[in-house]
Design a protein around this ligand. Structure first.
Ligand SMILES: Nc1ncnc2c1ncn2[C@@H]1O[C@H](COP(=O)(O)OP(=O)(O)OP(=O)(O)O)[C@@H](O)[C@H]1O
Length: 238
């Protein structure tokens, strides 16, 4: 069953069409990969669904309702959550307290409930150092805090924007296992990721964006052989 879909979604920044007529859907409890070369429109697409940007044209449907005009906090309340590429935790607070902020403001919980929720999330994420201040945490722990903050609003769909960036190989595997665990907990996941090994390991299906358009979609093994996809990546300079 589809949980999120878009119809003819367009986002223009002045003359630049960052997302160009994207019609797609996300199935309940799948792990969907969103891939494409730099500047393809992946983050903008996620921003449109999570509400950081409003579309220039088109529709976004979540749980059978049109949400394209809803502000981000409402989309968050009804079950859409995301992590950010650049993690900006609240300094001076612990990992646990950062996650509590998500429960207080995302889910509208009181302090006692928020602490309980944050502890449960830390257990799920195996965040041992939850009571350490943010500046004492490793990159992996900071990523867990970012995911934890997004989970605190109890999302049905979680968008992960390059959560593997900056992790070494061991940590990447830990993160892959963690994302699988989230899905086992009933959360639908859409992940933007540059590391193809991660996409191959993790996703049920991928969509490939180039210059704002979907150029291919399907299982990774097929999509990765598509000449359009290979050529889009070969065109990259880095
Ligand atoms: N707020 C904005 N104002 C103007 N242009 C923007 C804005 N956000 C993104 N863009 C442009 O839209 C295009 C798509 O950017 P976007 O960040 O969505 O791509 P991406 O696929 O996520 O790239 P990357 O993989 O490098 O993160 C780029 O040309 C970018 O410069």
């Amino acid at each position: 069953m589809q949980i999120v879909s878009t119809r003819n979604l367009v986002k223009k920044f002045g003359g630049l069409v960052a997302v160009n007529d994207v019609t797609m859907s996300i199935e309940e409890k799948e792990i969907l990969g969103i891939i494409g070369p730099n500047g393809a429109g992946k983050t903008t697409f996620v921003n449109l669904i999570a509400g950081m940007h409003y579309p220039t044209e088109g529709e976004i449907i979540f749980d059978n309702q049109n949400i394209e005009k809803y502000p981000p906090h409402i989309r968050n309340r009804i079950g859409l959550s995301r992590t950010f590429q650049v993690v900006r935790p609240l300094q001076g607070f612990t990992g646990l307290e950062n996650i509590m902020v998500g429960a207080l403001f995302g889910a509208g919980e009181n302090l006692i409930q928020a602490r309980k929720t944050a502890n449960e999330i830390c257990d799920l994420l195996e965040l041992e150092n939850r009571n350490q201040p943010i500046d004492k945490l490793t990159v992996l722990d900071l990523k867990k805090v970012e995911i934890g903050r997004a989970l605190a609003s109890k999302p049905k769909v979680l968008f992960l924007d390059e959560v593997m960036a900056g992790l070494n190989s061991d940590e990447t595997w830990q993160m892959i296992d963690l994302v699988k665990k989230l899905r086992e907990n009933g959360i639908t996941i859409a992940i933007i990721e540059h590391v193809m090994g991660v996409i191959k390991e993790l996703t049920d299906r991928v969509i490939v964006l180039e210059s704002g358009k979907i150029i291919a979609q399907g299982v990774y093994q097929e999509v990765s052989k598509d000449p359009k996809v290979i050529s889009a990546y070969l065109g990259e300079e880095d």
